[in-house]
Write a protein that binds this ligand. Structure first.
Ligand SMILES: Nc1ncnc2c1ncn2[C@@H]1O[C@H](COP(=O)(O)OP(=O)(O)O)[C@@H](O)[C@H]1O
Ligand SMILES: O=C(O)C1=C[C@@H](OP(=O)(O)O)[C@@H](O)[C@H](O)C1
Length: 300
């Protein structure tokens, strides 16, 4: 069997079945010569699996998951198989990155609805870290009062003070992935606390943010109240203003995961087609780059 596997930027390769070693699980691994010949670093796995119809799955005949610099993986061609084994890629990348973190906390920053909680939970699980959410910690500090109630009863400044206090406490911790509130970036002192860990900005286009928020409603997000119009329009309008105010602050993060660029890299026309796993893998790739520069270690 011979198949075409993908286009990694300008690179197009052909792989034939003689280069595969089959594993009992049904997945196959590339034998070493392929990476040497093609100067491709670790091609993590290739596999075949039965047709699964889902709007997140393209159907192809062979899946290959590979990693090359900041290209997380891709495969194309013919019929009936999932593009690549994201779970395996996620696991391998986490295992590669984890020892170099030295227990440093990971802070996810980004606008409301950017996926900090969703991606944070995946990263925590894969890195064997604990997961925490600064909004939840603030709520606990205020005797179990919800963020929306805190805003209503005590105002935003009170909330921000509590948020900073929570971050100060977290800054002495290890082994946590922390999903922060979208506005945490506005106070410079908060960046000082986050400097003890690695901060990751999830940069998501406004349209996608507004869609996600419209789908879940704005009840828990007081800064999105007081707007007229339907859910999407309300969220879009308010988020535009907030992004205008905060856009620069997010760029302080150590690492940026830009969903627009990631979708383009994976050949997807819309960021809405990116799965949380795609985004988590990209976050790990970018963390790895950051740690490499910081520590001078190299994985390839
Ligand atoms: N990659 C994604 N694709 C589609 N929906 C997502 C994605 N990431 C998060 N969501 C959804 O968007 C909403 C907001 O996500 P969440 O993780 O709570 O964001 P944040 O913590 O940044 O406010 C949730 O309903 C979540 O299920
Ligand atoms: O952007 C903001 O200022 C806020 C974001 C919210 O957190 P999420 O980003 O988790 O929704 C929460 O902290 C509060 O409603 C204020």
């Amino acid at each position: 069997m011979e198949v075409n596997v993908g286009h990694l930027q300008n690179l197009s390769i052909r792989i034939d079945s003689g280069m595969f070693a089959r594993k009992p699980s049904g997945s196959v691994r590339f034998l070493p010569p392929i990476s040497k010949q093609q100067k491709l670093p670790p091609v993590v796995s290739a596999f075949q699996q039965p047709l699964r119809l889902s709007n997140r799955c393209r159907t192809i005949s062979v899946g290959a998951s590979c990693y090359r610099e900041n290209i997380s993986g891709l495969a194309l061609e013919t019929e009936n198989f999932h593009p690549f084994d994201k779970d395996l890629l996620l696991k391998n990348k986490s295992q590669e990155v984890q020892p170099h973190l030295n227990g440093k906390c990971i802070y996810l920053v980004g606008m409301m609805g950017s996926g900090k909680t969703t991606i944070g939970k995946i990263l925590a699980k894969e890195l064997s870290y604990a997961f925490s959410d600064s909004d939840t910690l603030v709520e606990q500090e205020v005797g179990g009062t919800s963020v929306a109630e805190i805003f209503k009863l005590y105002g935003e400044d009170f909330f921000r003070d509590k948020e900073t206090e929570v971050l100060r406490k977290l800054s002495s911790m290890h082994g946590f992935v922390i999903s922060t509130g979208g506005g945490i970036v506005v106070r410079p002192i908060n960046w000082k606390y986050m400097q003890n860990g690695i901060s990751i900005w999830l940069d998501v286009p406004l349209e996608a943010l507004a869609k996600r928020i419209a789908a879940v409603g704005t009840d828990s997000r007081p800064l999105l109240h007081n707007e007229s119009g339907n859910g999407y329009t309300k969220a879009f309008r308010r988020l535009s203003v907030l992004l205008e105010e905060r856009g620069d602050a997010y760029t302080n993060a150590n690492v940026k995961v830009c969903l627009g660029s990631l979708a383009a890299k994976l050949g997807l026309s819309d960021v809405c087609n990116l799965t949380p796993e795609d985004i988590a893998i990209e976050a790990l790739v970018q963390i790895q780059h950051f740690v490499e520069h910081e520590d001078g270690y190299c994985t390839s």
